[in-house]
Ligand binder design. Sequence first.
Ligand SMILES: Cc1cc2nc3c(=O)[nH]c(=O)nc-3n(C[C@H](O)[C@H](O)[C@H](O)COP(=O)(O)OP(=O)(O)OC[C@H]3O[C@@H](n4cnc5c(N)ncnc54)[C@H](O)[C@@H]3O)c2cc1C
Length: 645
Amino acid sequence: MSRDPRDRELGMYRKITRRDFMNGVALVVGASIAPPGYLRAQDKGPDVSGRDPLLEQGITPADPRYDPPAQIGLRGNHAGSFEIAHQLRDGAFWDSAGEPENTGEKYDLVIVGGGISGLAAAYFYRRHAGPHARILILENHDDFGGHAKRNEFQVGKRLLLSNGGTQSIDTPGGYSAVAKGLLRELGVDTRRFFKAYDRKLYSNLGTACFFNRETFGDDRLVTGMGTTPWRDFLAKSPLSEIARRDIERVYTEKRDYLPGLSRHEKWARLAKISYSDFLTKLCHVHPDALPFFQTYPADLFGVGIDAISALTCYFEGDDYGSFTYAGFDGMGLGEMGEEEPYIFHFPDGNASIARLLVRSLIPGSVPGQTMEDVVTAHVDYSRLDVEGTRVRIRLNSTAVRVRHVGPLQSSQEVELAYVRDRKLQTLEAKSCVLACYNMMIPHLCPELPEKQQEALHLGVKVPYLYTHVAIRNWTVFQKLGIHQIVAPAGYHTYVALDFPVSLGEYKFPGDPNEPMVLFMMRSPCVPGIPRRDQYRQGRGELYSTHFSVIERNIRDQLQRMLGPAGFDPARDIAAITVNRWAHGYAYEYESLSDPHVPENQRPCAIGRQRFGRISIANSDAAGRAYTDAAIDQAHRAVQEVLRFA
Ligand SMILES: Cc1cc2nc3c(=O)[nH]c(=O)nc-3n(C[C@H](O)[C@H](O)[C@H](O)COP(=O)(O)OP(=O)(O)OC[C@H]3O[C@@H](n4cnc5c(N)ncnc54)[C@H](O)[C@@H]3O)c2cc1C
């Protein structure tokens, strides 16, 4: 790892943190939150085992110190979670795997994947099969929840919570009856967020845009984006005069750039043209203006305006709640309906839904009874996988094969092989639900028909960094009058104060002098190549970047954006957690990169076909990266299992 001359100024080597290098990955732990044994273990120095940092120290789920949400540093797809799967993908696993040990365990249902879909599948199955059903969930990460993970920080006496991935219950009014019913049964009443979410706190704080010198020639933070007239806002930017003029024009002139076409003809045309081509070819915006717009769609699609259609951008409408995509106001594309507010957010995001599911599945694992008390409940990980209990969740366990015992047509059970703690083991179950990533399934189950395998491989997941930085106070944001920053060419392209939600005993830091969590988002896309390839290359970047590089980028960017207003990364950063979602959102179909085919002929529909006693869940199976999709697919998969059993 190389050092940078500015490291000291950025606080890279401050004593407040300790580093542990594991397989090229650094784990940074705030001294105040680490159990004593943990710090001692870290002092051992470099390690190249590629194992989960907790397990590496002998801290297993049975140990009271096992507390994955409180780990900081590189999380998400963390060290130790993916290496076996990658060996399997590369065809390198079975050669050196040796003979599996048969554990003799037998279940009614084994589920691969402990995300919301896998947990929901267990819930639905138990509801139909009865409380005596024996269910095992295998999960390759050190925590359950899949993307719906929880980040915790302790800054002084203040506990700060945040979502490690899955952020909010998005548009719950649109959830299916099944998904609504599940939330209701878990005790989630979305109306409570109208009180829990403080919609006034940031009402006087706006959006700034950070123009960086590498792309725009000068480092400049310009406030008032979307709220001051575009001319005044752009006048303060380092953009060229022609770029400023064209951005203002396309935001204000309200012109129809496709005159003479009907609304549906316009939709058809916009569906097949990228937003960047729409701007340059139809609105005649100068290419100098494109970098300003480049990352507008990154939060939802993980790519920029080169890879998303103008029509999708039109339907997305408002971005970050304060400005819209330019150019559509005079086009007569139709009225957009009223949207539900984006306020349905637990302090740890949808990790609370995962925790509620586990509470229901394994009595005593997550104390409490309500959607309020789950927020601060401490999970007892030692209860997740106890012999003799009906539902078990086995963490740090990567499934490597699932196959029918005997001929497919007459088989009465499946055999599942998995690796935990470097041991290859097998068990049997009457049925299996694969609630894992689509593209993993052909490697697990090579007997699947070829067409189905091809379809599953097309579910290329969207890579992201969801970074959370605990800062000692947020006075600099108050001073600048902002709560969020878009940074079109930044390492992280979006930075925001956390969602202002107080629920149960958890109180949001409403006073700017209190510690706060900053959310920073990076989509590692590679503009100019097909969307799926952008995702593949971005994933490669995430897996090959050392934590110290990400940390240095975070500190550097915060210093350059906020330093002139008084922020000092060396002093003001308390801790950093980078949630590396190399396998992030489910692939969503989009008119620019995907042919229009009926729903039941989409790759996700072909890929999710039942195969004997094996059914397929997960949001990938819906081609929709949302919690309700994960729940609905779990329900469908369980219906298949029950019909077939
Ligand atoms: C950063 C981010 C933010 C998001 N924000 C939102 C949001 O605000 N609202 C929303 O509705 N949705 C959001 N989503 C989408 C989110 O993916 C879904 O809401 C939902 O959580 C998906 O659940 P799932 O169970 O289908 O998949 P996952 O959460 O991916 O769970 C699948 C699990 O299977 C495991 N697995 C894979 N292979 C194996 C194997 N071989 N053996 C064992 N385990 C395996 C995986 O590691 C994973 O833990 C977000 C996603 C990401 C990445």
